[in-house]
Write a protein that binds this ligand. Structure first.
Ligand SMILES: [Mg+2]
Length: 365
């Protein structure tokens, strides 16, 4: 292998299952096929965890309150999630990945980055590897996957969306920078709705706009993320594919359109955050004992309040109860609240650790 001083161009594949939970349900229950389907609870406080493509056509998507989803699609069928089944399928998929490379970084049960620069099959062309992997996934699980192939993680992830569902796309070093320029920044991985809104205020709407901003400007306004944004605007992302990443914490936050003064209104904003972090827990088979609430005020000062329980929270409402109690301790608010966040830590990861040792065993053999 040629070792240039800059290192060889990396070959990264991002594999992403299509409408994963919903597709598993449609696979296992023929009556659900071809119908608008939401995995999640239909109750008043329920949230859509995944939507089938038939449901997406009505504007239903994951993280949407079930009440809203039902309004958009009156015929929507709700199915409770079966995480044990999703985890088992996820394990099958990871075993297929492991035939090609030990460098597998799962992002969730249905998504992973693979570094196949030097792969176990000695295959030169990453697009061929991606095609083989997707074919095997279909054979073994009966499910469709999409893939993005590129020379870094950011572009591989963007590419996996291009020909979804059941497709793949490649972004080469030659067309990467031009590809990024034309994209709206709100589609960039790592740019959430709040960041996109802040970027818009600075006149940054496309990759090209982002590229026009100096590094110092981006660091000043976006902190640590600034240099990441500077790189991706040029199609550059140096992050390595890290095998068996273990999370130390899980967080979600939201900046409000208007600052909030009222405790009841602020407490209501905690619910979607609690549900979001709980979904991460559930998906990863994790529990969390520490709940931290972050409160950022209109003058950008902030406060955090934490509580650690002897046992992991049992569900989203358990997290919400603790978070609401913590928020109440800083009321009356020093100033109107512009942002609230919930972070879970002291994560217990029994099932995750189990997966990990199994994966490593497989690789050893
Ligand atoms: Mg997916």
């Amino acid at each position: 292998m040629n070792q240039m001083s800059t290192g060889p161009v990396r070959k990264i594949i991002h594999v992403d299952m299509d409408a994963f939970y919903a597709s598993v349900e449609q696979r296992d229950n023929p009556e659900l096929r071809g119908k608008p389907l939401a995995v999640g609870g239909s109750a008043a406080r329920g949230v859509v965890a995944a939507a089938s493509y038939e449901a997406r056509a009505f504007g239903v998507h994951s993280a949407m309150p079930s009440v809203t989803a039902k309004r958009k699609c009156p015929d929507l069928i709700f199915v409770p999630p079966r995480f044990d089944v999703y985890r088992a399928v996820s394990q099958q998929i990871r075993e297929i990945f492991a035939e090609y490379t030990p460098l597998i970084e799962p992002l969730s049960l249905d998504e992973a980055y693979l570094d196949v620069t030097q792969n176990l099959k000695g295959m030169e062309v990453a697009t061929e590897i991606a095609l083989e992997i997707r074919t095997k996934i279909k054979q073994v699980t009966g499910l469709n996957a999409s893939a993005g192939i590129s020379y870094n993680k950011f572009l591989a992830k963007m590419a996996s969306d291009l020909n979804k569902p059941n497709g793949q796309a490649v972004i080469t070093p030659k067309n990467g920078p031009a590809f990024v320029e034309t994209l709206p920044v709100k589609k960039f991985h790592g740019v959430g709705p709040a960041t996109a809104e802040r970027m818009r205020k600075y006149g940054i709407e496309t990759g090209l706009d982002l590229k026009s901003k100096p590094l110092a400007f981006l660091q000043e306004h976006f902190g640590k993320a600034g240099s990441y944004f500077y790189g991706i605007a040029r199609g550059i992302d140096e992050r390595q594919v890290k095998a068996n990443r273990i999370r130390k914490s899980i967080g979600a936050e939201d900046t409000f359109v208007e600052d909030i003064d009222d405790l009841q209104l602020a407490t209501a904003e905690l619910r979607p955050l609690a549900e979001k972090v709980w979904r991460y827990c559930e998906t990863g088979g994790m529990g969390a004992r520490t709940v931290t609430v972050k409160i950022k005020y209109s003058d950008f000062t902030q406060a955090t309040r934490s509580r650690t329980s002897p046992f992991p929270a049992a569900d989203a409402s358990g997290i919400l109860d603790v978070a609401s109690a913590l928020l109440a301790t800083v009321h009356p608010f020093a100033r109107p609240v512009r942002l609230l966040g919930i972070t879970l830590s002291s994560l217990t990861n029994e099932e995750g650790d189990d997966d990990l040792s199994r994966t490593q065993l497989d690789l050893g053999l």
